[in-house]
Design a protein. Structure first.
Length: 316
């Protein structure tokens, strides 16, 4: 039998990092301020309008207290600008990558796979080698990945959970037009399609981490508020002045947003909708608008924490 180790002989390194906090002082770190909230923040299209080929991280790491670029606790969004006849490598440090081509034409190479793209196409990639984007025409991408989540967990991606997948503009537009033509479309809070992947039949999402929706905001639309625990990194694909989102932490008993922040839309711009906040989309422009919210809702759905809420008569 091993001899018992006296308490005063315990290696102090074993207890050095441990601590104890009275419950009320640690139960809600967000409310107490020990962890920083995700802000409402816009990223204008002029970030990618001109200049050389480059990756433009939509980085709020300073606001979050993160040690490396991040657009939320789990996701990093970036614009990518590639000059005509130029190439650029996108570092692959995540399990899920989504590339939406705002405009341009070219080819994305991932290992030995070549994926042609044009404006309006969307490509998802798993972990693996760095993809190489080659632009035949000047190209702008919106790129979202889960690198910050892996960094927080202290892990690196090693197993590809899905295959490289192309969502061609003609296919996504056809699906959206079909949704708009549905006789019940006028009774729904939105006209949109969710992009899915056959590898994820439970979460019904585009990857196991990411969620993506292609939506129309019709002329005169005043969407009722909704909320979800996933963050939204919203891309505005196309709009005219007069489209906006209202965002508020709470709603009243009638479902009205309390002291909302107004976020004007801009074609080719993006903005952050914080997790858990109520929000609604509005179109006073006189023209149809298109948007693509991208969330970490694949992960939240798997964890059973998405908690999407629609107030009162707000139909899905």
């Amino acid at each position: 039998m091993l001899d018992a180790i006296e308490a005063d002989q315990t290696d102090p390194n074993l207890t050095r990092d441990g601590g104890y906090l009275e419950y009320s002082k640690a139960a809600n770190p967000l409310a107490s301020g020990s962890i920083r909230p995700i802000p409402i923040l816009q990223f204008p299209s002029n970030l990618h309008a001109t200049g050389p080929s480059r990756i433009i991280p939509l980085d709020i790491s300073e606001q979050l207290g993160s040690p490396a670029p991040a657009s939320s606790a789990s996701l990093l969004a970036s614009f990518i600008r590639i000059e005509a006849n130029d190439s650029l490598a996108a570092p692959n440090r995540g399990t899920s990558h989504l590339f939406y081509a705002l405009r341009g034409k070219g080819v994305l190479r991932f290992a030995d796979i070549a994926i042609p793209y044009q404006g309006g196409d969307l490509i998802t990639l798993p972990c693996g080698p760095d993809p190489i984007l080659t632009a035949h025409d000047e190209s702008i991408f919106y790129w979202v990945n889960d690198e910050p989540l892996l960094r927080y967990l202290g892990v690196s991606a090693s197993v590809a959970r899905f295959e490289p997948t192309l969502y061609a503009k003609k296919d996504s537009q056809a699906a959206l037009e079909q949704a708009a033509a549905d006789p019940l479309a006028g009774q729904r809070s939105r006209i949109s399609v969710l992009l899915t992947n056959a590898h994820f039949p439970q979460t019904l999402t585009i990857t196991h981490v990411l969620w993506a929706m292609l939506g129309i905001l019709p002329v005169g639309a005043n969407q009722l508020p909704h909320a979800h625990k996933s963050v939204a990194l919203d891309l505005i694909i196309d709009c005219k002045p007069g489209c906006y989102t209202l965002v508020a932490e709470k709603v009243d008993s009638q479902g009205n947003l309390i002291d909302p922040v107004k976020v004007p839309w801009e074609s080719g711009g993006a903005f952050i909708t914080p997790p858990g906040w109520w929000h609604s989309h509005h179109n006073e422009s006189g023209h149809i608008a298109y948007l693509m919210p991208i969330q970490d809702a694949g992960l939240h759905t798997h964890l059973r924490t998405l908690d999407i809420q629609f107030h009162r008569s707000n139909a899905v």
